[in-house]
Each structure stands twice: as structure tokens, then as C-alpha cells.
Ligand binder design. Structure first.
Ligand SMILES: Nc1ncnc2c1ncn2[C@@H]1O[C@H](COP(=O)(O)OP(=O)(O)OP(=O)(O)O)[C@@H](O)[C@H]1O
Ligand SMILES: C[C@@](O)(CCOP(=O)(O)O)CC(=O)O
Length: 201
């Protein structure tokens, strides 16, 4: 099994900026040769697109396309997860050589448990927070059945996040907040023993 030095599990509501923030972290760490961004929704969207004759690439981007199918994709993914909660987790960690893994879309307690159980020392959790106003400005529209369901609310309680990042244009500077996370990642990467004893700040 591949053994990463550090795994950052990101979660946050729709349009909080998970993709935006994780991509900055990847760039700051030196790009995709050092840091892999893994999406639980990647294999889900790929299989869903195949079965339903959809455009997989467009399901991955930040446009409105994926929103047309979100409710049904959630239902479809939950069927798989109910049968096997680690189904998508196992798929995304296959053959990942980079020392730092970012999972950009943890949504459920079972996602966090899966990583903590297998990579106890390496796993850290990061919450991306944004106001409803910021999220609306980025295109979010409240949708009953999605925004009040497990896919969006599964990690609202029950996880003591190692870091919470505020991603609002009128909030604390993003770069300064990310620097705290980056310091810990760099320390873990430069230590022979990995993240043991590396404290978050
Ligand atoms: N701090 C920011 N400054 C400028 N644009 C931002 C910022 N954060 C997010 N955005 C933009 O807002 C949009 C939504 O962000 P992003 O796709 O990262 O959110 P997300 O949490 O991954 O959303 P979803 O889960 O709904 O796909 C994107 O177009 C992104 O570029
Ligand atoms: C179907 C689903 O994977 C869509 C995720 O899309 P995105 O991370 O918002 O691009 C959400 C879920 O798994 O509950």
C-alpha cells in the first residue's frame, strides 16, 4: 500500500471553495508531483456518466451542468456506499505516489473514519467555511433534498476539525490561513518519521 506523509481531508458546503482552496495548496506545495488532489466524487461521476450517457468532464467542472444531476448522483452514490462505505475511498487511493494527498470532498462520517482507520497518523481534517452570501455570489442556490441532506450536512457535527478556513472575500486573508496548514505539511514532508509529533497550529 502507498504510504503518504500527510493526508488532508477537506470538507465544506457547496460553493464554499473546496476546489479553489485545495488547488492553491497544491500549487504552494510545488504542484501535482508533490501533492495529489483526490476526489471521492471522481470515480462516482465517472461511473455515473458512463451509465447515464453523460459528459464526465463537464460533471467535474464548476459550471451548472453537474447541478442538474446532483440529486440523482447522490442517490446513486449512496446505493454504493450503503453496500460498502469504503467503496469510493478505496478507488481514489490506488497507486498514488505523491507524498501529500488532499481529499477535496469528504462529506460523510464514514469518509473520515475510513482514512483515520487506515492512516491514523497521517490524517488531518480541514473545513472550508463560507457565508451563504459568498456561496450565493459563486452560484449556489439552496435546494431542498440536497442542502439539508447527508451529502451536505454529514460533517456538520461530530468532527473536531484540525483547521477551519474562512473563505469569504471580506474575511481573514486566505493566504495567511493557508500558510498555517502549509507549515505543517512541509514539516511532515521534511521529517523522516512523517507526521508523528507534528502539531497543527
Ligand atoms: N476566495 C475566492 N476568490 C475568488 N473566487 C473563489 C474563491 N473561492 C471560490 N471561488 C470561486 O467560486 C466558485 C466555487 O468554488 P469551488 O468550485 O472551489 O467550490 P466547491 O466548494 O468546490 O463547490 P462545489 O462542491 O459546489 O462544487 C469557483 O468558480 C471558484 O473559482
Ligand atoms: C454526487 C456527489 O459526489 C457530487 C459531488 O460534486 P462536487 O464535489 O460538488 O463537485 C455528492 C455526494 O457524493 O454526495
Amino acid at each position: 500500500m502507498d504510504s503518504p506523509k500527510l493526508i488532508l481531508l477537506f470538507s465544506g458546503k457547496r460553493k464554499s471553495g473546496k476546489d479553489f482552496v485545495t488547488s492553491i495548496i497544491q500549487q504552494r506545495l510545488g504542484g501535482s508531483s508533490v501533492c495529489a488532489i483526490l476526489r471521492l466524487s471522481g470515480p462516482l461521476k465517472e461511473q455515473y456518466a458512463k451509465e447515464h450517457g453523460l459528459d464526465f468532464r463537464r460533471l467535474l467542472d464548476a459550471s451548472g451542468y453537474k447541478e442538474k444531476f446532483r440529486e440523482d448522483m447522490i442517490r446513486w452514490g449512496e446505493e454504493k456506499r450503503n453496500a460498502d462505505p469504503g467503496y469510493f475511498c478505496r478507488l481514489i487511493v490506488r497507486d498514488v505516489p505523491q507524498p501529500v494527498w488532499i481529499v477535496s470532498d469528504a462529506r460523510r462520517g464514514s469518509d473520515v473514519e475510513w482514512f483515520r482507520c487506515r492512516y491514523q497518523l497521517q490524517t488531518r481534517t480541514v473545513r472550508v467555511q463560507a457565508s451563504e452570501q459568498s456561496r450565493r455570489e459563486r452560484g449556489w442556490v439552496y435546494t431542498a433534498g440536497i442542502d439539508d441532506a447527508e451529502s451536505e450536512c454529514g460533517l456538520d457535527q461530530g468532527v473536531a476539525f484540525d483547521w477551519t478556513i474562512s473563505n469569504d472575500s471580506d474575511g481573514p486573508l486566505l493566504e495567511e490561513q493557508l500558510e498555517r496548514v502549509l507549515r505543517v505539511v512541509r514539516t511532515a514532508c521534511s521529517s523522516d518519521t512523517g507526521p508523528q509529533g507534528v502539531q497543527h497550529q
